[in-house]
Design a protein around this ligand. Sequence first.
Ligand SMILES: [Cu+2]
Length: 137
Amino acid sequence: MLLSLPRCLFVFVVAASAAATSLLGCNNPSSATAPPPAPLPAVDSGGALLVYVGLGGLQFAPANMTVDAGATVEWYWVMDDHSVTSGDGTTCTPDHRFDTGIQNSGFTFSLQFTDSGTYNYYCIEHCPPMSGSITVR
Ligand SMILES: [Cu+2]
C-alpha cells in the first residue's frame, strides 16, 4: 500500500497549553523591552513529526521534511483557511494522493509514509507559493 489512510484528529491539549502559558515570561530579562516570540502551540502528536500549517504566514513550517520510511507526519493548523493537498506545488496541480480540503486552526491531519519517494503538497487557497514536500528515505 502506498499510503496508509489519513486519520484526522482533533487534538486540543488544554492542560498542556495552560501549563506552557504559565511558563511564558519566567526569568526572561529581555521581556521588558521586546515582545516574546509567539509560542508554538502544544500539540500531542503521539510521536508523529509535526508540520505547522500557516505558522509565520502563508507557509508550511518546515516546508520540506525528510523522514524515514514508516514515519508518521502530522500537520497542525495554526491559522484558518488552509489545505494540505498532494500534488505539484509549482503548478498547483493535485495528484489525488491526499487532500484535507480547507481547514481551520486546531485541525490536524496525520499520514504514515511507508514507501520511499518525494511527496509534494500545497495549499489550494494559497498556491503558489504555499507548498511543501515530504521526502521519505
Ligand atoms: Cu493556505
